[in-house]
Design a protein around this ligand. Structure first.
Ligand code: ZN
Length: 303
């Protein structure tokens, strides 16, 4: 590889997940302690910690490309981190050309305005653009200018990035496969080792989520480095483990609903012991069961 590829991976924003764009003036302390930090993973792949959805970066002769951009309040820190990549170069010499939004949530798109202002072209699936437009605070809000229905490829830094439109977390998700680097950014179609958040109110659903995970599993191999929307860097096996957890916990909730159990009774039973470790402070065991329950009641079991 004659170019450098970086991944910038931010630790989860946890409770900030749905906070949307935040003004640094209105919320001076919320991100005060967040350090956008870098760790090497080998083969010019690096990991960064911050807050909000995980980021991936391609840095090379064509310039910079960013997959997701976290919160507005972190944009300047992300920019500083981009400038400081190996062979530090100001953005005037190594421009940020594209920002790909994996979906519309604010912890993945909060930096859009800032980075579009630096000249980046925003790219997203058509349904994600519709949702970004619907919540745009003003007519001047920068929006994706390149969209796609099924997918699109971007040839950049001697790689082919395959953007594949999917659904499940919302109705406008994208998985990004860096073919040469063998890196997959899943967006929020994968929370590594955690119960996922599935945005049922933005067109997400458990069946579609599982179908998208199957599609992603078919795209990758055992050597693929998988950047989840939230959580630490992952492998194909990690994705498979989470997929199986979702399938099995959903099947259990379907059976409970079929036997007439209430949501409260299902929550009292809890998930199988093997899956209790997937709980985290944003999606607790009770909240995951509620999400599955809502999905099963809305779509029927076996949906
Ligand atoms: Zn999300």
């Amino acid at each position: 590889m004659n170019f450098l590829r970086w991944q910038v991976v931010g630790l989860s924003g946890l409770m900030f997940l749905l906070a949307g764009s935040l003004s640094i003036n209105a919320q001076p302390d919320r991100f005060a302690d967040v350090v956008v930090d870098t760790a090497a993973l080998g083969n010019s792949v690096f990991m960064r910690t911050g807050a909000g959805g995980n980021l991936a970066v391609s840095a090379g002769p064509d310039g910079l490309l960013l997959v997701d951009d976290q919160f507005a309040a972190l944009a300047e820190r992300i920019e500083a981190a981009l400038v400081a990549l190996p062979d530090p170069a100001p953005l005037s010499e190594r421009p940020l050309k594209y920002v790909i939004n994996t979906h519309h949530h604010g912890d993945h798109t909060g930096g859009n305005g800032y980075f579009a202002g630096l000249g980046a072209t925003l790219v997203a699936s058509q349904p994600a653009r519709v949702r970004l437009l619907a919540r745009a605070p003003s007519p001047d809000t920068p929006l994706p200018v390149i969209t796609y229905d099924a997918g699109i490829s971007i040839y950049f830094n001697n790689d082919r990035l395959r953007l594949v439109a999917m659904q499940g977390h919302t109705d406008g998700d994208t998985a990004v496969l860096f073919e040469q680097a063998n890196v997959l950014h899943t967006g929020d179609l994968f929370f590594n080792g955690r119960f996922p958040y599935i945005d049922l109110d933005s067109g997400g659903g458990v069946s579609a989520y599982l179908a998208s995970q199957e599609q992603m599993l078919a795209l990758i191999d055992d050597d693929t480095r998988v950047v989840p929307g939230h959580g630490p860097l992952a492998s194909k096996q990690d994705l498979l483990d989470t997929y199986q957890m979702i399938k099995k916990t959903r099947r259990a909730v379907e059976a409970d609903v079929d036997s007439g159990l209430s949501l409260t009774a299902i929550q009292e039973k809890g998930v199988l012991l093997a899956y209790k470790g997937f709980a985290w402070n944003f999606i607790t065991e009770a909240r995951w069961l509620e999400l599955l329950y809502r999905d099963v009641v809305a779509n029927g079991s076996g949906a």
